[in-house]
Ligand binder design. Structure first.
Ligand code: GAL
Length: 658
């Protein structure tokens, strides 16, 4: 089934009110609620004195109303007694100042005391509720995010480096520390700078790896506390924040059963591709369906302008998440608390305890999801195109942008957008994931290249796959040092039949053109040397700075079963559309059927190969979709023979009629 519900905080409310809150939840069609992720001080008001009675009663009431429960471990908000008694559990900023109580995630992720205390509370919760038949899943902490700079973290970082490099000689060589006399003769000399400090690139990359490792260990402490008590089928997740990149999400996701994320539009309105790509990113963490653990009921309270989404827009957002593999949509939060920092956030129930206008929209979603629960349960999106995402390349690039506007995610979106707009499904996966089963792989700014990665990409092309390497690919090794070969590195240059003679950072766009492609490259241009006769030049740079004039900009090599495009330009949107049309056509990748612009098709297929198509009108005018076959529409429960009308922000779920 597809779950639907909200985050609920019974601890904010007098118990007499709970039945009414939960009645309204049931009336909205809620099938799940998330509880307790900030309730440590209520569950353990005094050290060692656990009080779960209130939570038992809240859970009982929910179960009476047929609502399942996800429990959050409360470690993002330790109680005040805890941070007072154990001050070393507080994180320190880079100037050595401890965090203050009353915010969130203010703990030191490596604090042994905090590990112990977290293990105890998570373990106690699991002992009490792990076997509960209606507690279906567990969320660890809430949106990991902080870096702690305390002396203990610093010492751990040095131990981490020692384990990795073994000797200072090795570290000094890999980090090129002869540069600016950075050479270390004692592990204690190695600094622990902020990732934005502009420090040595090798050091910064290890720092990010260390932060990833620290959160993984902290998460593992809790997984180990939970797992032995959980019944079969109960899952463990963490709620990520989309493109947030303080740690490597693939590393952390390895130990989870399922990924989830919190999707907020913030200021303005939803954008079809920027939202969709994060669903695909999150699905890629475990390469399976995920949960939308939080999303905004209308508006948030923390953006620059907390505007209300248009009527119907949240419904589109919810269905798009489902279309991209969400098996649940939960609003944050159910009801406005009187106090606390989030008084102005959107909710379903207002401060008076009555449904807000938005409630009706949520209720409609609840009804619709109930109508397709059986149809969509057990289905998944499937894609033949994968975009590779790599945190290490992203970090490396962002520390040394060379052009202030060059942004890793925006560049990735320049590939994602035209494919998504053509309704060709896409996976976003780790650059180290298996490439089996794909027809087209795109490696945007895959800057960090080692032999294993390069070989996997080369093998993919040799097996007949189509591969796009972009600007800034194959520049550095795993220690964030420049490769001792030209881009894209020796293995891939061999297959691409080109090498990058030089990169030019552009203060102004330069023309790019060939037979069927005309446009501009902005921010970046790579002048290519063609090495092989199997290589065709698709486009050249036009007249510009003299260095680039008439030089190859985009090539394709056809000498190895598949095709390898090297794109040495950062194309403008129109030219990118033309280029992607060509690539998709050549790879024989097509949408399931044609739709008017602004209508998205999201197929979800079950194990027997039966596909349900979620159709989403992202725009505010009516659209008419011609279906290629006689169809069953499952929300309006009608048979469609020919055309289907989609109202403003309209949704349809169709299958081929038998
Ligand atoms: C999320 C957080 C929630 C709530 C929400 C408000 O980042 O996980 O607890 O604060 O933002 O939009």
């Amino acid at each position: 089934m597809i779950y639907f519900g909200a985050a609920y905080y019974p601890e904010h409310w007098p118990e007499e009110r709970w039945p009414e809150d939960i009645r309204l939840m049931k009336e909205a069609g809620a099938t799940v609620t998330r509880l307790a992720e900030f309730a440590w001080a209520t569950m353990e008001p005094v050290e060692g004195q656990l009080d779960f009675d209130w939570l038992d009663r809240a859970i009982d009431l929910l179960v009476e109303n047929d609502i399942d429960i996800v429990l959050g471990t409360p470690t993002a908000t330790p109680p005040a007694w805890l941070t007072q008694k154990y001050p070393h559990t507080l994180a320190m900023d880079e100037y050595g100042r401890p965090a203050q109580h009353g915010l969130r995630c203010h703990y030191c992720v490596n604090s042994p005391e905090y590990h112990t205390l977290s293990r105890q509370i998570a373990g106690a919760m699991a002992q009490r509720y792990g076997q509960h038949p209606r507690v279906i899943g567990w969320q660890i902490d809430n949106e990991f995010n902080r870096i702690c700079y305390c002396p203990r973290c610093q010492a751990r970082f040095r131990r981490f480096l020692k384990e990795h490099y073994q000797t200072l000689d090795e570290l000094n060589t890999r980090w090129s520390t002869a540069y600016w006399s950075q050479k270390y003769t004692d592990w204690e000399q190695i600094p622990f700078p902020s990732p934005t400090s502009g420090h040595n690139p090798g050091l910064l990359l290890e720092l990010r790896r260390f932060v990833s490792d620290s959160y993984r260990r902290f998460q593992a402490v809790q997984i180990e506390a939970l797992r032995p008590h959980l019944r079969d089928g109960a899952w463990i997740t963490h709620n990520y924040m989309g493109w947030f990149d303080a740690f490597d999400h693939y590393t952390l996701a390895e130990d989870l059963d399922m990924a989830s994320w919190d999707c907020y539009v913030r200021t303005g309105h939803h954008d079809r591709t920027t939202q969709a790509v994060v669903h695909d990113l999150t699905r890629g963490f475990k390469r399976k369906n995920f949960w939308l653990m939080e999303t905004q009921p209308g508006h948030v309270n923390w953006a620059s302008i907390n505007n209300m989404l248009n009527k119907g827009e949240a419904r589109v957002l919810a269905w798009q998440a489902i279309g991209h593999g969400a098996d649940a949509v939960l609003y944050w939060q159910w009801r406005s608390a009187y106090g606390g920092q989030e008084q102005y956030h959107g909710t379903l129930i207002d401060q008076s305890g009555r449904p807000r206008p938005f409630y009706e929209e949520a209720q409609q979603l609840g009804k619709d999801l109930a109508a397709v629960a059986d149809l969509l349960g057990g289905t998944e999106p499937a894609a033949q195109v994968a975009i590779l995402n790599d945190y290490e390349s992203r970090w490396s690039m962002s520390w040394q942008r060379q052009h202030r506007d060059f942004d890793y995610v925006t560049h990735l979106l320049n590939y994602y957008r035209p494919i998504a707009e053509r309704n060709v499904p896409i996976d976003v996966i780790s650059a180290d994931a298996s490439l089996d089963g794909y027809r087209l792989i795109i490696a945007p700014v895959l800057l960090i290249m080692d032999e294993k990665r390069a070989q996997a990409l080369a093998d993919f092309v040799k097996a007949g796959g189509h591969l796009i390497l972009t600007v800034r690919c194959g520049m550095k090794d795993r220690a964030n040092a420049l490769l001792s070969a030209r881009q894209p590195g020796p293995i891939l240059a061999g297959i691409a039949g080109v090498e990058v003679a030089d990169y030019n950072i552009l203060d102004e766009p330069v023309p790019v053109g060939g037979g069927w492609l005309t446009g501009q490259s902005h921010q970046w241009a790579e002048r290519l040397n063609v090495l092989d006769e199997d290589v065709s030049v698709i486009a050249r740079f036009g007249k510009s700075n003299g260095w680039l004039d008439d030089q190859p900009a985009i090539t394709v090599s056809s000498g190895h079963n598949g095709l390898l495009y090297y794109v040495g330009a950062y194309l403008d949107e129109e030219a990118q559309d033309v280029f992607i049309d060509h690539v998709l056509k050549t790879a024989k990748l097509k949408p399931p059927f044609d739709t008017p612009a602004g209508v998205e098709i999201c197929p979800r297929t079950n194990a027997e190969g039966k596909t349900a198509y979620i159709l989403i009108n992202h725009e505010r005018d009516r659209k008419v979709v011609s279906l290629p076959w006689k169809a069953q529409e499952h929300l309006g429960k009608q048979t469609i023979d020919g055309t289907l009308d989609l109202d403003a922000y309209g949704i349809a779920v169709v299958t081929k009629a038998n």
